[in-house]
Write a protein that binds this ligand. Sequence first.
Ligand SMILES: [Zn+2]
Length: 65
Amino acid sequence: MDANKKWLSIPKDIRSQLIKNVFCANCMDEVTIVGFTIEDDKHGIVLNGKCQQCGHQVTRFIESE
Ligand SMILES: [Zn+2]
């Protein structure tokens, strides 16, 4: 399964929670990730994007079952 399909297989409400719960090292807070790409990982998927508040690069790892 490719990364995009893995991501889309996650229920929509959970996906929206995940993108709103990304740690930004610049804001030192949980932020929303924007403009992200989805990459495949051995143990799940990785979202690579930017902090909605400051534009700092943020990543979110999502472990698959
Ligand atoms: Zn930030």
